[in-house]
Ligand binder design. Sequence first.
Ligand SMILES: Cc1ncc(COP(=O)(O)O)c(C=O)c1O
Length: 395
Amino acid sequence: MIDESGQTDALLAHWRELMQSNYGVPRIALVSGSGAEVVDAEGRKYTDFLGGIATNVLGHANPEIVAAVSTQIRQLGHVSNLYAHPKALSLAAKLRRLSGDDSARIFFCNSGAEANEAAFKLSRLTGRTKVIAMHGAFHGRTMGALALTGQPSKADPFRPLPTGVVHVPFGDLAAVAELIDDETAMVMVEPIQGEAGVVTPPPGYLVGLRELTMRFGVLLALDEVQSGMGRTGTWFAHQADGISPDIITMAKGLGGGLPLGAMLALGSASGFFQPGSHGSTFGGNPVACAAGLATIEVIERDGMLENNASLGKYLATELSHLNQVEEVRGRGLLIGIGFRTEIAYQVQLLLEERGFLSNAASAYTLRLAPPYVITEADIDRFVATLAEILKETTL
Ligand SMILES: Cc1ncc(COP(=O)(O)O)c(C=O)c1O
């Protein structure tokens, strides 16, 4: 029996014994949370600047999500895809509206990898098999999503993967122009690369990709799993560029902390899937959809898009003044702090010791993706603590 009220050491010993080794052993066991604060098994508090990796957009134990989920699970918890459910339809209608395209049709799933897997399968229904994706891209860990992911260290042990995917440098329009042709099914790209360390492309990149893909009748699929749901100050990051893609994939913040993903296909792509093309037992689960609806309602009600944009600017400006910070990348509340030297992991640990959660996306980059309920006061405390850490001579 596991003592769920046990302390960190005991819980992590169980982790070592019970869990697969694919993640490594965590250092912290979290047991509760409220707003932007989480509490570990020792009762220590942390301000959460990572939000369950860009997922708990309304923070922890948000009352509207708790109420929506509780009401729904009392009424009807799961129906499968053999039956319609009003919550899935309401959420689909909302997502169509947020996409800004009345032709959008929605496929629900449970994660980002599944959303991209769906996009990959949909692209095969063009009758073409070539796909252009980007170096450094992260699209998930299932075999199809891994084939799209542009990180050989993650993909190499699992080859052969589905074929046809060619990777080119992110942000390099000329490299896409050189490869794209009338045998290309899809170009897949993150508007801002998240796992690669919050990398933004040069201005005009997405517009250029849209022009190239239209010229050759190629689907443009945007992976908004990390950059979507209002994090960057618009509902989807690509909306800042004024383009309309053929496919948008999303997950993470979509369910406000519950597992929920979606693939939206727009225009002619919206008609490619036919009965039997694809499926998911849990996709569109009423409880997850109720959480998704509540999440969107609160973001709209509380004007969080504008707030994310302005808080993000404030955070980025404050960070950019710090010693050892070479650059601050990203937009809104998706931020990568680029250090001059390989200190990111050590900084993450020191921040944890002083009560802040963040994530070293690479040796040089600390990633921040806080919940939208983070305040200017939280930011001031975070920046002051980071400044202290960066002044320490041991780094
Ligand atoms: C851009 C992007 N796409 C896809 C994924 C995969 O999502 P999931 O872990 O939910 O499968 C992630 C996860 O980090 C991501 O950042």
